[in-house]
Design a protein around this ligand. Structure first.
Ligand SMILES: [Zn+2]
Length: 91
């Protein structure tokens, strides 16, 4: 009983599917641009690394672009310009 080795991880994929089925559109696109975009990711509004949890209140469906931007904002790093081998920025 002391050895409860349930390390199979969170049932995240199932939760993710359930969330996307319930709300299949990107919440940020809608809120920011009034744009309808298909959501493909479930984002933690407060990241797990910062004490967030898998509670549906902390989750929101996002499209890939918004998810990337949100993650960037949450973890506070700026996109670095990528420099190609011949010395020119790639983007
Ligand atoms: Zn979006």
């Amino acid at each position: 009983m002391a050895h409860d080795k349930r390390k199979s991880g969170r049932p995240w994929q199932r939760l993710r599917r359930t969330m996307l089925a319930a709300e299949p559109l990107c919440r940020l696109c809608m809120a920011k641009h009034g744009r309808v975009t298909v959501a493909v990711e479930i984002d933690h509004e407060v990241p797990l690394a910062k004490g967030g949890n898998d509670d549906p209140a902390n989750l929101r469906p996002l499209c890939a672009d918004c998810h990337r931007d949100a993650t960037r904002a949450q973890f506070g790093y700026r996109p670095k310009p990528r420099i190609s081998l011949d010395g020119w920025p790639m983007e």
